[in-house]
Design a protein around this ligand. Structure first.
Ligand SMILES: Cc1cc2nc3c(=O)[nH]c(=O)nc-3n(C[C@H](O)[C@H](O)[C@H](O)COP(=O)(O)OP(=O)(O)OC[C@H]3O[C@@H](n4cnc5c(N)ncnc54)[C@H](O)[C@@H]3O)c2cc1C
Length: 451
């Protein structure tokens, strides 16, 4: 197999029948990036057209815009508006190669990684694998609830919700109907707050139109948070405004409360409360996910990988970690950087420059995070914003939230689709078609029954 030569890469493939993933031969240093999330893609953008061979590996063939997952879950957006294929992203980047593979193990002694499709050798390895849902060891919750970490989770939530609302019209059992139409969201961070706001608006504007047989009071939305405030990483003003906005939308916010058990039909809390609900959405925690092979002594709280000030994994010369997975612990930041898109993007950009400096024997500066502030929206037309000294809430904060999110979405077509959907929904409160196109079953039922 021959390909055109570009830059100084010899693009003659080493495609032998081995267990190696087929990649073009090169004399340039090979940078292998595991994970094309915000961090991995920012790094790709820095290294494109440079004198390195970049190999991007991801278990999906698309990048996901996680901040808008809740809008897919509540049928406000279709999934292809917030996911973007890597091959489109790297179109025209002659030194960047995407391979669809899940990385399973790192073998630092031989500078090799093992994937479910074969092995890849590296000169520099960058782990940008992000996080997965953390159920904190509660098996009953993990089995019966739904997390919201990727696009499949969002579609599961959407199907669970629409199926349960349909089933509620079928059943004559009042208790069963309550369970089918009650929604419990666990976790009062941005994901939980935004999901609760969107569901509350669904209940207010869509339910009466689509399900005229129900009173709007039929759908109860609970938001459970273990500490005494919502959005605890934002200002007091943002927390209290968010609480007010949600309560105005009839969301029942339970603070200082935590879930202790969930059997798929009844939520039990630590204080002994019970809530009948067949819909439980878990946004209360995440933990790092990464392949085997990193020495356990470098793994810290939240299953994150400890790095030095240059984002190099401690104990290794050519392995780096960026984004949610990285814990750069300092006196100033004893818990590492916040697990948000801005930190991931800044780390990806920084590491791109840093790796080029390393290759060219130039000194590298430590990573410095510039906090650009935080935004969260509560339904349509209301949001809270903390931008340095400026803390505000309401319509203007929502406009800012909309513009920031729209500009951050990958791909012009996706931006157009999201913008169009938002404009339609702004004036009509209408969302996209609410179709049940597959039969969703919770994990516990899939394990016990045949599809
Ligand atoms: C519901 C939700 C809402 C959020 N809202 C906001 C918000 O409003 N603002 C904000 O700043 N942040 C928000 N965040 C957080 C933000 O999305 C994360 O901080 C950011 O995605 C981290 O980027 P990352 O590149 O480290 O990881 P990710 O974006 O999670 O990307 C990791 C990538 O690695 C791939 N991967 C993982 N393991 C492997 C493997 N073994 N082999 C191959 N590929 C692998 C995955 O497929 C994925 O593509 C939200 C997160 C969620 C879940």
């Amino acid at each position: 197999m021959k390909e055109k030569q570009t830059h100084s890469i010899t693009l003659e493939s080493t495609c032998k029948i081995t267990d190696e993933i087929c990649l073009p031969d090169t004399k340039l240093p090979r940078v292998v990036i595991v994970g094309g999330g915000f961090a991995g893609l920012a790094l790709v953008e820095k290294l494109k057209h440079k004198e390195v061979q970049v190999v991007l590996l991801d278990k999906n063939n698309f990048h996901q815009f996680q901040p808008l997952l809740y809008q897919v879950a509540t049928s406000a957006l279709e999934p292809d508006s917030i996911v973007f294929p890597f091959r489109k992203q790297i179109n025209g980047y002659k030194n960047v190669f995407f391979r669809l593979a899940e990385v399973e193990e790192i073998q630092p002694d031989s500078n090799t990684i093992l994937t479910n499709k074969g092995s890849v050798s590296y000169d520099y390895l960058v782990l940008a694998t992000g996080t997965t849902t953390n159920f904190f060891g509660m098996d009953s919750v993990a089995e019966n609830s739904l997390g919201m970490k990727d696009i499949r989770d969002s579609l599961n939530i959407r199907h669970m919700m629409l199926q349960n609302l349909e089933q509620a019209a079928i059943t004559c059992d009042d208790k069963e109907r309550d369970a089918l139409t009650n929604f419990v969201i666990v976790g009062g961070g941005p994901a939980g707050v935004e999901m609760a706001g969107a569901l509350a608006e669904f209940c207010k504007y869509i339910l009466p139109k689509d399900y005229p047989e129900y009173p709007s009071s039929i759908m109860n939305i609970y938001l459970i948070e273990a500490i005494d405030e919502l959005l605890s990483t934002m200002s007091d003003k943002a927390s209290s405004k968010t609480l007010k906005y949600l309560e105005d939308l009839n969301v029942k916010v339970l603070l200082n409360e935590a879930v202790s058990n969930y059997d798929g039909k009844e939520v039990t809390t630590i204080s002994g409360k019970t809530i009948l609900a067949k819909n439980l959405i878990w946004t209360a925690g995440v933990k790092g996910q990464f392949p085997n092979g990193i020495d356990e002594k470098h793994i810290v709280r939240g299953n994150r990988i400890k790095t030095d000030a240059n984002l190099k994994v401690e104990g290794y010369e050519n392995i780096f970690a960026i984004g949610d997975i990285a814990a750069l612990i300092s006196e100033e930041r004893p818990k590492g950087h916040p697990q948000v898109a801005q930190a991931a993007i800044q780390q990806g950009k920084y590491l791109g420059n840093s790796i080029l400096n390393l290759i060219n024997n130039k000194p590298t500066q430590p990573f410095e995070y510039k906090d650009k502030g935080a935004l969260a929206t509560v339904g349509k037309r209301k949001a809270v914003a903390d931008l340095g000294k400026f803390k505000f809430a309401g319509y203007f904060a929502w406009l800012l939230w909309s513009v920031v999110h729209l500009m951050a979405i990958s791909g012009f077509r996706n931006r157009l689709m999201v913008g169009f959907n938002w404009a339609v929904s702004y004036f009509t409160y209408e969302k996209s078609n609410r179709l049940i196109i597959r039969n969703f079953k919770p994990k516990s039922l899939i394990n016990n029954t045949e599809e």
